[in-house]
Ligand binder design. Structure first.
Ligand code: ATP
Ligand code: MG
Length: 497
């Protein structure tokens, strides 16, 4: 008898697409990864080519299998996780996108969001959707495409267009044109009612989005379909979908109320599991679906989304050229003793949580002739840690949860200098798990649970293990002083546009 030993996960992210294959212990058996083009047509606009995303996904799946000498017959199921909010609109007859994917960081809908808010302002839909009106979410991006792409409105009205976040786009291609999404991704569109997990007809009407475009909303863990014969995983059940941050929360085994994780990738995303009732935020956090496993009730989260953290390191590499690779930032930051009183506020897409200031833009403040590139590198890393503290303070105010430690993951957590500083500035231990690729792992768990590869969430807890812990080592007076400097710097970035 052939015992199927593996689960695959597709992680279609903001900077790259990955495929990872995991065994029953949740250990990584194979990885393949490919970056895609970031398209910046104008200041504030960010796009991806949806076809490139699919081609890369197909390639990394094939290559992850090949590297481990596996074929699709070794895979029990595949899960999808994705960069969230990024919006694709395509023709349901031809599969052709009508426009590039508009990425979550894109700010072109700024004016549109102001109009949609009307007299009630950014909080107009907060109660129903858990979200403030912001350029971040998908709904306004769909509306922009319908208003600005020739012929799109007519086609949409005729029922010929599909909208999808990237999970839906990948699923459509992986299967034979299945059009659906899961509740976590749907909760980031601003079009879904957070309590009923259904599209809200009134919001769709007010946004001018025909409901015929929308994918069906399903749970995060069930069999949605099987891989199409000509695709990279023919006949394999596609059985899990989670937005990347929710997947990381699941992969970090934050499965009980009060458990949280912070992911350090392109941006930073801290999610706190709040159990089966959505908790509204008064302090600039989002209320979002954390996961919904099959028929079980949905679990919700409070989320602090920070737009720019790891992407600031990329910016230092690609736009300033003061480092050649992301890794080099650590040595450069360590070439100086401290930040030299320099603060770098990376408000490239305005500021997200907890401040939500679309009018802010980036600033480096506090420079003197003494300042050198080491200070800039240091200030860039510190910005990530300060932004995390802001979010944690908002989370405490909203939920009353006092974090005793912080579970971390993502591309930046290999940076030991940053992790130590993070612990210093928070005053709590910072814990990195053995499997740092929690995003892909979470999607694998969702898929594996649906097909009985894993029995229960207990398996997820059992598989989770600590790799390294950083303890706070700075006196509180010093961390308070630094954090006060940060706050002052952030205020300098307001009212810029
Ligand atoms: N040693 C390092 N120190 C600091 N930052 C780093 C280091 N290595 C990588 N990074 C940053 O980590 C980020 C990549 O992390 P990760 O792969 O988790 O990103 P991601 O958000 O998951 O990407 P995607 O959106 O494509 O999924 C990049 O922005 C990169 O600049
Ligand atoms: Mg990612």
């Amino acid at each position: 008898m052939h015992v199927i030993q593996y689960i695959a996960a597709i992680d279609q992210g903001t900077t790259s697409s990955r495929c990872m294959i995991f065994d029953h212990d949740g250990a990584v058996v194979s990885v393949a990864q490919k970056e895609h083009r970031q398209i910046f047509p104008r200041a504030g606009w960010v796009e991806h080519d949806p076809k490139e995303l699919w081609i890369n996904t197909r390639e990394v799946v094939a290559s992850a299998l090949a590297k481990a000498h596996l074929t699709e017959s070794d895979i029990a199921a595949v899960g999808i996780t994705n960069q969230r909010e990024t919006t694709v609109v395509w023709d349901r007859n031809t599969g052709e996108p009508v426009y590039n994917a508009i990425v979550w960081q894109d700010t072109r809908t700024d004016e549109l969001c102001r109009r949609l808010g009307g007299d009630e302002g950014p909080s107009r839909y907060r109660k129903r959707t858990g979200l403030p009106l912001s350029t971040y979410f998908s709904g306004p991006k769909v509306r922009w495409i319908l208003d600005n792409v020739d012929g799109a409105r007519e086609k949409a009205d005729a029922g010929d267009l599909c909208f999808g976040t990237i999970d839906s786009w990948i699923l459509w291609h992986l299967t034979q044109g299945t059009h659906l999404t899961d509740a976590t991704n749907a909760s980031r569109t601003m079009l879904m009612n957070l309590e009923t997990l259904e599209w809200d007809p009134e919001i769709c009407a007010e946004f001018g989005i025909p409901m015929s475009m929308l994918p069906e909303i399903r749970s995060s863990s069930e069999i949605y379909g099987v891989g199409r014969p000509q695709g990279p995983l023919p006949g394999i059940p596609v059985a899990g979908i989670l937005g990347d941050q929710q997947a990381a929360t699941f992969g970090q085994a934050c499965l009980s109320e009060g458990e949280a994780k912070n992911t350090y990738g392109t941006g930073n995303f801290l999610l706190l599991n709040t159990g089966t009732t959505p908790v509204p935020s008064k302090h600039g956090l989002l209320t979002t679906v954390c996961y919904k496993i099959g028929d079980a009730p949905a679990v919700y989260a409070l989320e602090g989304s920070v737009a720019v953290t790891g992407s600031l390191v990329q910016w230092l590499r690609d736009s300033l050229g003061i480092i050649q690779s992301a890794k080099e930032i650590e040595a450069l930051a360590k070439s100086v003793d401290d930040n030299g009183d320099v603060y770098f506020v990376p408000a490239f897409s305005g500021l997200f949580a907890p401040r939500w200031r679309p009018d802010a833009r980036g600033a480096i403040v506090g420079m003197t002739r003494f300042t050198n590139k080491g200070h800039l590198a240091r200030a860039a890393l510190e910005a990530t840690a300060y932004q995390t503290r802001e979010v944690i303070e908002a989370m405490r105010a909203d939920s009353g949860v006092e974090l005793a430690s912080l579970k971390v993951d993502g591309g930046m957590v290999v940076n030991e200098t940053l992790m130590q500083f993070q612990s210093d500035i928070l005053g709590v231990p910072v814990i990195r798990p053995v499997v740092n690729e929690t995003t892909a792992l979470g999607a694998a768990y969702a898929a594996g649970l649906a097909v009985g590869f894993w029995e229960s969430e207990g398996d997820i807890r059992e598989n989770w293990a600590v790799d390294k812990t950083w303890e706070p080592a700075m006196d509180e007076a010093e961390s308070t002083r630094l954090y006060a400097g940060w706050n002052k710097a952030v205020e300098r970035t307001y009212d810029w546009v």
